[in-house]
Design a protein around this ligand. Sequence first.
Ligand code: NAD
Length: 260
Amino acid sequence: MIKGKNAVVTGSTSGIGLGIARALAQAGCNVMLTGLGQAAEIERLRAALAAETGVVVRHDGVDLADSRAVAGMIARAQAALGSVDILANNVGAQHPCPIEDYPLDRYDLMIALNMSAAFHATRAALPQMKARGWGRIINTASAHGLVASVHKGPYIMAKHGVVGLTKTTALEAATFGITCNAICPGWVHTPLVQSQIDTRAQQRGISQDQAIIELVGEKQPNGRMVTVAEIGALAVFLAGDMARSITGVAIPIDGGWTAR
Ligand code: NAD
């Protein structure tokens, strides 16, 4: 039973993170949302999720690209909620570009958001989890944590790094009632992917729907995008007691992408 547990979900004002936060809240967890955006829109979202689920929902506006700021967010969540029992390291960003043209500031951002933020949040959350003898760390990696594609070099480096962090965290925390696993989604229709759909549609002079069919068709044998609700359901399962023997693994949820 995860009812009554306290969760931090990074990058949860949108997309997959919001899906994970919603699923955990529906399962009875109090949730600290993090993410950037318009204050009024975030407050509307926070209040709606709290009203819909009846749990405590807070928001922290930390910039997760700032490595020195991440631990402060975990400390604020512990103070506001009482503990951080479940940490979903989900924040991420994408910037497709060939390696030789990759802008260095974008490279730094890809590593900071897709990999380093997970390390810094884990580092800050582990001591209290160990002291309490229970914890769940769920990292959103990607199919790109397992296999590569062109033009996503720093993202793929970072996501492979997250899979490595997942294994190490699992080993270091195994005797403390803590598990750590990575979820590896294929294509999920979120704002992060919308920009790639827009680019494809523009470059090829095709409709949005056709661009989606092409993007998904190149990678996912089942021919459909993963939904955020499906990822949320997997996160809830990994957080539950029946998943207590599952640790240190990277679980694809990708319609068969990485089975090829
Ligand atoms: P999204 O763009 O919809 O959401 C990103 C979230 O991160 C938002 O809440 C945003 O406010 C927050 N964020 C961005 N920069 C931030 C910063 N500097 N500080 C704090 N918060 C920040 O993206 P998404 O598609 O939901 O992706 C979520 C995760 O899932 C990422 O790690 C991504 O790599 C991974 N993923 C996505 C897909 C996909 O197809 N969408 C596939 C595999 C993995």
